[in-house]
Write a protein that binds this ligand. Sequence first.
Ligand SMILES: [Fe+2]
Length: 406
Amino acid sequence: MNTFFSELGRTILDRWKRENFSLAKFPELARAALEESPPATKVQLAALMRDFLLDEEQPLQTDSDFGEPEIVVYRHPRFYIQLLFWMDGTTAIHQHEFSGAFHVMHGSSIHAHYDFDKPRSVTPYLRVGNLKMKDMQLLETGRTVPIVSGQQTIHSLFHLDSPSVTVVVRTQHDPGTGPQLNYLPPHVAFDPHFSDTLTIRRKQLLDVLEQTEDAGYVALLMEMIADLDFERGFSILYHCRGYLQQLDQWKPVIRAFVKKHGALAGGVEATLKEDARRTFIRSLRSTITEPEHRFFLALLMNAPTRDDVLMLVKQRFPKEAPVDTVLRWVTELADVSDEGIAILDATFPTAPEVESESQFDLILSALDHFMKRGKKLPAVMRNLTATEVEELRATFAGSALGVLTP
Ligand SMILES: [Fe+2]
């Protein structure tokens, strides 16, 4: 049993009891206790891990699959303290059915807060609305943030270091604040714990048809979309989008969905497109491990505009102009070969009118030019036609780097 967390738990218990276990008081109370006695400076991670592995006397653990892993270090019937380890993981945009506070004990994270405007419940498990980012900040080791249950705290974390460890002081469960929704920007919220077993099995059966390359797949899917309600139709679209795109059949299927559900379906195509972009960036985290590059990925995935990206870059790397920092990362991440240049998912075939040693210079200058919204083309781009310049811009705009080149 870790003495530090036992004492922290005891302190919080004594103070909260004096407040008659008021739910409204808990987030600030948890935050104050973590700030007075910050685990980031008071706990040795290696010693804590050793204790957890060797000492039999540990609080009852959960079977949660949140965290990589989650370990419980203090437990009381009203609240508990958990440590969340994160290796590759990043959280979905989510809200909570509990309240308390979290503290960055090891590593650092990008943290974003959101509002969900004009929510409309389609079913108890699915809502549509407008998700808007309120703020985005860099949380360095030692920072503490309160969590209020329900829609007041809609947030996401993108962990920059591996492992990142957060300490969460949390209530067991705040009645009436569920479900614990996940958000798909910009327009959909859903309950990830809702288990619609018929739809799960139907998706698995569609996977069978996909894997056997069944010729009737698209026609059958169109029939399903024409017949299903909004919630289950959305779930099927979410599942099948990648394969439909491979088949070049996404457009007719999404059109059929919009035709059936009208205005309610207005934000679905943009939401699923944004989800594909985020999924791709998230997948890069397994191969890109350099903390600066992971920071860059976090910004590309989460920051809503170019100005937000540059502001956060400046905040973390104040000694260099933020555009230069971004160009340095792009240079480090680029893959230059005889066939052309690839930067993340943006591919640029070799430009015949540009000398081979200037090919990368051209791409980098173009990105610099688009990022700065320059009026005058840089010298290396002046031989390009207006169409070629627009094609370059469109390649950046349609890629993971798109937020930089609006
Ligand atoms: Fe959270």
